[in-house]
Design a protein. Structure first.
Length: 158
């Protein structure tokens, strides 16, 4: 992909999601597996992934959308969690259930990506940087819980 100033960016998947029934994991490619060392000392990981199954149909070039879940609300793409974005980069904060460095697998409590979704980066969740003291969201986002339930949500099978 090239930017307006001609700079080219390359995104290389480091692994992919594995979503089967009630088990979700991130499986890294062999060259990246050693990078999991000491991640087991954290409770959560931020997974950055590429929404590769999103049908484009020109939607990634749009920056304003009428929201299907909020009648009469039109919002910019950066005020939504829509998969239709200028770049198909998405993220999920995942609770770590177990890690196997040799297999390159992180079993997680939840990830809102499909089976086989390319994972492009992982970062440890640092509470000091990754949470805010008094967050708020607009009232046009219906049914938004305060926390992800402990049993996990958003594990999708294809």
């Amino acid at each position: 992909m090239a930017s307006d100033n001609g700079t080219t960016f390359t995104v290389i998947p480091i692994g992919e999601t594995s979503v089967k029934k009630n088990r979700a994991s991130i499986v890294l490619r062999e060259p990246y597996r050693e990078g999991l060392r000491e991640l087991d000392r954290f409770t959560h990981v931020v997974a950055l992934w590429w929404a590769h199954k999103t049908p484009d149909e020109g939607l990634s070039e749009r920056v304003v959308f009428e929201l299907p879940y909020a009648p009469e609300v039109t919002a910019g793409v950066f005020a939504t969690r829509s998969q239709f974005r200028p770049n198909s980069i998405n993220q999920t904060v995942c609770e770590i259930r177990e890690i196997d460095v040799e297999r390159g697998e992180i079993v997680v409590n939840n990830i809102d990506a499909y089976d086989g979704t390319p994972v492009i980066d992982l970062k440890p969740y640092y509470p000091v940087f990754d949470r805010v003291k008094a967050p708020s969201a607009p009232d046009w986002i219906p049914g938004l819980p305060e926390w992800v339930p402990d049993e996990g949500v958003g594990v999708w099978e294809t």
